[in-house]
Design a protein around this ligand. Structure first.
Ligand SMILES: C[S@@+](CC[C@H](N)C(=O)[O-])C[C@H]1O[C@@H](n2cnc3c(N)ncnc32)[C@H](O)[C@@H]1O
Length: 253
């Protein structure tokens, strides 16, 4: 396929006050190699470029009073417009996401969905956040990394990009590992072991050394179910529901 007809690779566009933070860890290891190989693309839009006045101010005091500063709509708005250039217009193929503790909790299923699209625009907040009107105007989706508050959205954007990019075909050398790992089947992953066979008096479970693939798979599944049941009752309930099981994990007749 020549350059003119080949589709653009999956693209992350990050609107941020700190473009120098990127690619950061995304430039290392598998995601870094895939970036260098052109399997995905990373672009930053510098919010400061859209700042107002001689000092390129991007923030102002919150309406109604209160602590901190808020990113201005007339700064973030033009930056999001610049980020939309060349992106497919359908929201499903190229959503605009604001990393925010108020957002929908980020999940593997969201990463899977986005990895099948064309790309994402990610708005990394700072200070107390972003003027609400700009979020409404651009139908921005808010996504949270968890119930804690970071100083800025850049680390959250990197986490979201990392989880999504590794699901793009050919980014991970071994696609089977994506299918087997935590959350892929609604379960946490089973324990993993490698050499040496004995370490500090602890041995690898014998079944894993048996070479009997079917029994190993059954053992790993049982371990994954037990771990999920113990550590994540929320995931366990959902898993039971989709697999027709009772509370203990026994299949209902
Ligand atoms: C100090 S925080 C603002 C917190 C905001 N005042 C609140 O209470 O919801 C600054 C920026 O960090 C990012 N951020 C903080 N915590 C986050 C989280 N749990 N998930 C995603 N982004 C987060 C957001 O982009 C946010 O605009």
């Amino acid at each position: 396929m020549d350059q003119a007809t080949s589709p653009a690779p999956w693209t992350a566009r990050v609107v941020t006050l700190f473009p120098e933070a990127f690619p950061g860890v995304l430039g290392l290891s598998l995601t870094g190699k895939a970036l260098a190989d052109g399997l995905w693309r990373l672009e930053t839009v510098d919010l400061r470029r859209f700042g107002i006045g001689r000092h390129r101010n991007v923030d102002d005091t919150p309406a109604g009073g209160g602590a901190g500063m808020v990113l201005r709509a007339d700064v973030v708005g033009p930056a999001l417009e610049a980020a939309a250039e060349g992106a497919p217009q359908e929201h499903a193929r190229w959503p605009v996401i604001y990393l925010s503790p108020r957002g929908r909790p980020f999940t593997q299923a969201m990463a899977q969905g986005w990895s099948r699209g064309a790309g994402l625009t990610l708005l990394a907040g700072r200070f107390e956040g972003v003027d609400e009107r700009v979020l409404e105007h651009f139908a921005v989706e808010e996504v949270s990394l968890g119930d804690f508050v970071l100083s800025g959205g850049e680390i959250a954007a990197m986490a979201l990009i990392d989880a999504t990019v590794r699901l793009i075909p050919r980014v991970l050398g071994n696609q089977a590992s994506v299918v087997e790992e935590s959350f892929a089947h609604g379960l946490l992953e089973h324990p993993q072991y490698t050499r040496p066979t004995v370490w500090e008096g602890r041995t690898i479970p014998e079944i894993l050394l048996s070479g009997h693939h079917a029994r190993i798979a059954a053992w790993q599944r049982a371990q994954a179910e037990a771990l999920t049941k113990q550590r994540r009752p929320d995931l366990w309930r959902a898993y039971r529901g989709t697999h027709g099981m009772d509370l203990d994990g026994d299949t209902e007749l």
